[in-house]
Design a binder for this molecule. Structure first.
Ligand SMILES: [Cu+2]
Length: 68
């Protein structure tokens, strides 16, 4: 398991952070995702043999936001 913090761009309200959190949590290999609206961060715990950083960036981008 790997734990990483990303910056998140494009969030306008608390619902955005929930959307991103669900998007990340639904990915195979992601065991925990916590998105903080105020700090504009996403803390993700994931198995990097199952899911890659690019997978996460793409999923969040498809939802309309950006992981930096
Ligand atoms: Cu929003």
């Amino acid at each position: 398991m790997k734990k990483e913090q990303f910056e998140v761009a494009g969030m306008g309200c608390m619902n955005c952070s929930k959307t991103i959190q669900n998007t990340l949590s639904n990915l195979d290999g992601v065991s925990d995702a916590t998105v903080d609206f105020a700090n504009k961060t996403a803390d993700v715990t994931y198995d990097d043999t199952v899911v890659s950083k690019v997978d996460m960036l793409t999923a969040v981008s498809d939802a309309g936001y950006q992981l930096l």
